[in-house]
Write a protein that binds this ligand. Structure first.
Ligand SMILES: Cc1cc2nc3c(=O)[nH]c(=O)nc-3n(C[C@H](O)[C@H](O)[C@H](O)COP(=O)(O)O)c2cc1C
Length: 280
């Protein structure tokens, strides 16, 4: 492997999200442009490039967006905070310039295609920022209250704030976070056919690995908001007794069974329709 490939793999393998930044550290405009130019090199469906990066520097707007995102302080402190948007407004311009009816705007596929492109571009931007030595954190909680985010950003129709991206100088620059373990590869990579038994084994093994990291201590999702399956009794304790303890299974299960609207985001389809996206 060439030296360049080796250092690229090292960069990816050492990734961990950073959630505390040096608040005063200014990121040069040149770096901001390089990060987004790199993101633009991402593959993009049919070369449509239907995404936009809004770089938010105004402290009032940052504060308001941090509030939307559940008050996560690091959004105020990061040197850069991008809101990566699905941008079908661009296709509105294209279709009207060409004199056609924007027929596919009514279909979910248009939103999905654009959301994939935006997400891929956001990840490329994240890697580019890490290659420049910055720490990053993607921020999906911008969708906690998408309607408010749209309002704050005064987005025109057919724009949707998909994910935030914080870029900054890590507060503990010389003590990088430990990369967070991932599922065993056996639960992710399959030859020809998906194998549910291997997935089950991978999940059980990963559950123990994650519990041992201690990363959930003090970060347990509240049981009060969790929808309990029929026939199960609601547990009272935030750290359930029993063989499972509180590992990846319990944490992830609580996350995806939470009735908290900031997790379930039940108004998303209404907000999307309101913003001019068809979901047929
Ligand atoms: C689409 C997306 C949205 C995310 N949203 C948030 C967020 O709102 N707040 C946060 O602290 N981390 C967020 N993260 C970071 C994940 O929590 C993190 O990537 C995951 O726990 C794995 O940890 P690692 O990145 O340190 O390896 C998000 C990540 C992705 C990919």
């Amino acid at each position: 492997m060439s030296e360049i490939s080796e250092s690229f793999f090292q960069l990816m393998e050492n990734h961990s999200s950073v959630r505390s930044f040096r608040a005063q550290a200014v990121i040069p405009a040149e770096h901001e442009r390089r990060i987004v130019s790199a993101a633009q090199r991402s593959s993009t469906s049919c070369n449509l490039q239907t995404y936009a990066f809004l770089s938010i520097k105004d402290p009032g707007t940052r504060d308001a967006l941090a509030e939307v995102c559940g008050g996560q302080r690091f959004i105020r402190e990061a040197g850069l905070f991008f809101v990566v948007c699905v941008d079908l407004h661009k296709m509105e311009i294209v279709t009207s310039r060409a004199g056609y009816e924007y027929y596919q705007a009514r279909y979910l596929e248009s939103f999905l295609m654009s959301a994939m492109d935006a997400a891929i571009a956001a990840q490329t931007a994240a890697l580019a920022a890490e290659a420049l030595g910055y720490g990053i954190c993607l921020v999906g909680s911008i969708r906690n209250h998408s309607d408010r985010a749209i309002q704050i950003l005064q987005l025109p129709p057919r724009l949707f704030p998909l994910v935030g991206l914080c870029v900054g100088v890590p507060l503990r620059e010389n003590q990088p976070n430990q990369p967070r373990p991932r599922l065993p590869l056996e639960g992710v990579l399959f030859q020809e056919r998906y194998d549910p038994d291997r997935v089950e084994a991978a999940i059980r093994s990963y559950d123990r690995t994650m519990e041992q990291t201690g990363c959930y201590c003090g970060r347990e999702f509240s049981l009060q908001e969790v929808a309990v399956a029929a026939g199960e009794t609601r547990r009272e304790d935030s750290r359930p007794a029993g063989p499972g303890g509180y590992g990846w299974i319990e944490h992830s299960a609580r996350r995806v069974c939470s009735r908290n609207p900031e997790h379930a985001r039940p108004n998303l389809s209404a907000v999307l329709r309101q913003a001019g996206f068809g979901l047929e």
